[in-house]
Design a protein around this ligand. Structure first.
Ligand SMILES: NC(=O)c1ccc[n+]([C@@H]2O[C@H](COP(=O)([O-])OP(=O)(O)OC[C@H]3O[C@@H](n4cnc5c(N)ncnc54)[C@H](OP(=O)(O)O)[C@@H]3O)[C@@H](O)[C@H]2O)c1
Length: 304
């Protein structure tokens, strides 16, 4: 591989935009494409070029993909490879199923294209703060080749093994995310109904052994009820369903994940689709017979 591979980027949604921005700011030559072009255009200020058509990216050495579900990945990969040109490597970062990832590997292998499965942990703000992490699987050599680019996007990139293993790592991670956010909502409402302000409760929790980067960065939303979306309930339901499906196939009971999945479903059934998944807090408060008010207290998210 040349010292400075050219990079194509498919998908500049909440995550893809910030990831591509880090690459472009870091000096990688990025050619970006997004279905809704306007969302890719601001990348130009960091030196990225914006493609009119997706197949233009086929002439890049390495193409990253960050869209939504497997059906979307399949669609964009079909369009990428419709012409004669093809990239040397595809790095697919969306949270998709093991089966989808395996199908993609076959499709790319048939054309001699290297493939790294590279889903991520962290939201757009985490990317900006330089705290994203990758779980990667595929040939070790592909990981080693991709590492300089991955490191421009995120300080942590773990190689977890061959094939699609990174997919199950990410699915497990997001099942945990769903269970943890629901649990955090339950205990925060419990503490509040008993009389403890949310900011005081969460300040304690965040400094305790149970506090984490996640509980800290969700604290401003819980305290001041700002549920501007970082991750949609629909995408979380997708990941919980992928986890429960894997549990069924591997005969692993997941009672907590099942309950949390249905609470995300209930939130969507109530029409709470455009809010952040952390709005599970509001559903929990409603079920507990209390109306939450913003506390208007300045709290740190641990990221800035
Ligand atoms: N948000 C998070 O905190 C987070 C964290 C880790 C992983 N993830 C995963 O990262 C992926 C992206 O999440 P996100 O939050 O960035 O979602 P998002 O803001 O909804 O962005 C989705 C992106 O995919 C594109 N897209 C979707 N379907 C497409 C299709 N059929 N053809 C072409 N483009 C398509 C969208 O294009 P348009 O702009 O035209 O709609 C947009 O660029 C998902 O797999 C998600 O599960 C998210």
């Amino acid at each position: 591989m040349s010292a400075r591979p050219s990079v194509g980027w498919i998908g500049t949604g909440r995550m893809g935009y910030e990831m591509a921005a880090r690459l472009a700011k870091g000096g990688a030559g990025v050619l970006a494409w997004n279905r809704t072009r306007a969302k890719a255009e601001p990348l130009a200020k960091y030196g990225a070029r914006i493609a009119e058509r997706l197949p233009e990216l086929a002439s890049c050495d390495i193409v990253f993909c960050m869209v939504a579900a497997w059906k979307d990945v399949k669609q964009v990969m079909g369009a990428l490879l419709e012409g004669k040109r093809q990239p040397r490597m595809v790095i697919e970062c969306s949270s998709i199923s093991l089966e989808g990832s395996a199908e993609l590997r076959q499709l790319l292998a048939a054309r001699g294209i290297d493939y790294l499965a590279a889903p991520v942990s962290g939201n757009a703000k985490v990317i900006k703060a330089g705290k994203l992490s990758f779980a990667c699987s595929g040939p070790r050599q592909s990981f080693d080749e991709a590492l300089p680019l991955l490191k421009m996007i995120a300080p942590a990139a773990s190689y977890v093994g061959e094939g699609e293993l990174a997919r199950i790592v990410k699915i497990c991670h997001n099942v945990f995310l769903g269970v943890v956010i629901q649990s955090l909502a339950e205990i925060t409402v419990l503490a509040q109904k008993a009389g403890v302000p949310r900011h005081a409760f969460l300040e304690f929790l965040n400094q305790s052994v149970m506090g984490s980067m996640f509980t800290r960065y969700k604290t401003p939303a819980f305290v001041n009820l700002d549920f501007k979306v970082t991750f949609t309930p629909e995408l979380l339901r997708k990941d919980m369903d992928l986890g429960l499906d894997a549990g069924r196939r591997l005969e692993v009971p997941m009672p907590l994940a099942s309950a949390a999945r249905d609470l995300v479903q209930a939130m969507m059934g109530r029409g709470m689709k455009e809010e952040d998944f952390a709005a599970l807090l509001l559903q929990q408060a409603q079920a507990s017979g209390i109306a939450l008010q913003p506390e208007n207290v300045e709290v740190k998210d641990g990221l800035s």
